[in-house]
Design a protein. Structure first.
Length: 399
């Protein structure tokens, strides 16, 4: 499919506009990384505890933050989770311990902070576990179970927890909600000793600082190794300068993407690193398409200057670039809008990266190639030819 019939756009003539844009974005991102928000690492890398909380009504982030401050959790990060109708938030604590006690501590700290108006002497039915319920029932023995108490009350405790977590999605609106799963005597006992808050702890995850540091190192190495591997591939496929130009363009895309995350103060998680690695490959593929057409035209357009050949090559691949990049961009934009909080960082990285990666193939990699080759001509050196041409006549390039 051809969107443009014989386009003749002077892309290299407009290179300074986009180089200036890249300079502004790169410097702005670097300043944010160095002096403002730095690199906003998620718990995956920085270590800490993430608690997922479900509310009965739409949560108010400011009110939750105020409750956290009262409990002494000054640096807690609060963000919506999933669809707005789920009424869920993620609360990230800087707690670094990785023991079982730390998991309970993180959970209990959140419960204490959010349970400001809880009735004294009553337990919260939305935030107690199976073992606590079984122990309570055995101590009260409302059914006079006798020797079967442990088994029978264990089954009842399991039924209550399953009803709360699976049927009611983690939050009961009142103690009376469990009337359908427990005998009247048990319900009466619960009404006397339990209450229901407007929230329930759905999940607690913890990552220690050592694991976080290892993940940071692995993420950086994965990105660098991918760039190095592509440099070596392009060195053999074309010439070293082609590989260097493509890798510089990919590094440019990565820098701007990370810089934008810093400017927007959006956390970088493992899924964001996966998106950045995806972008490295995507941008490299786009650059290779342009370079491959340049190689073909070097053999066909021997009388034209390298600038003219590169411009013509970019124009010839323009339809392909717009189609592939445009459709991919629409896909990731839909993912960003409708994908929910879990995919927010991943899709944002793809949205930014595809835009930057598309123009870097044209306005970063190609001008760098031309600048290098023309500088060699000015110095009187022979212009490097491509592997497929070495057995043939050398291509002459006008300065």
């Amino acid at each position: 499919m051809e969107l443009f019939r014989n386009p003749n756009i002077d892309f290299l003539g407009k290179k300074w506009i986009f180089l200036g844009l890249s300079l502004v974005l790169s410097v702005g991102g670097l300043l944010s990384i160095l002096f403002w928000h730095h690199i906003p690492l998620g718990v995956d890398f920085s270590g800490g505890t993430i608690v997922r909380v479900k509310f009965t009504t739409p949560p108010n982030a400011d009110a939750i933050r105020a409750d956290m401050d009262k409990a002494g959790l000054k640096n807690a990060r609060i963000q919506p989770y999933g669809q707005a109708s789920n009424n869920e938030v993620l609360i990230a604590l800087e707690q670094k311990e990785t023991s079982e006690q730390a998991l309970d501590q993180g959970k209990n700290t959140i419960i204490k902070a959010l349970s400001g108006n809880a009735p004294e002497g009553k337990q919260d039915l939305n935030n107690v576990g199976y073992a606590t319920l079984q122990q309570y029932l055995m101590s009260k023995d409302p059914l006079h179970a006798g020797t079967d108490a442990e088994l029978r009350y264990g089954q009842l405790a399991r039924a209550i927890v399953d009803f709360r977590d699976k049927t009611k999605d983690g939050v009961l609106s009142s103690v009376n909600d469990i009337a359908s799963v427990v005998p009247p005597a048990v319900l009466q006992s619960f009404q006397a000793d339990f209450h229901t808050s407007n929230f329930g702890i759905r999940n607690v995850d913890i990552i220690g600082p050592t694991v976080g540091k290892q993940l940071q190192k692995q993420a950086v190495l994965a990105t660098l190794y991918s760039l190095l591997g592509m440099l070596i591939y392009l060195w053999f496929r074309f010439e070293l300068i082609y590989g260097v130009a493509a890798v510089v363009a990919c590094f440019h895309d990565t820098l701007i993407t990370v810089g934008m995350f810093s400017l927007l103060n959006v956390e970088i998680s493992l899924t964001v690193i996966a998106a950045i690695l995806t972008l490295v490959g995507y941008s490299m593929n786009d650059t290779i398409v342009v370079f491959d057409r340049i190689r073909e035209n070097l053999k066909l357009l021997r009388r034209e200057s390298l600038t003219e050949i590169v411009n013509k090559s970019i124009n010839q691949t323009l339809s392909r670039t717009v189609l592939t990049s445009g459709l991919t961009f629409l896909t990731v934009l839909s993912l960003y809008i409708f994908g929910g909080e879990v995919l927010h960082g991943f899709s944002l990285a793809l949205v930014i990266g595809i835009l930057i990666g598309t123009y870097s193939s044209i306005f970063i990699a190609a001008p760098m190639l031309v600048a290098y080759q023309e500088s060699r001509v000015r110095k009187g050196a022979k212009v490097a030819t491509l592997p497929a041409e070495r057995s043939k006549d050398k291509v002459k390039v006008k300065a």
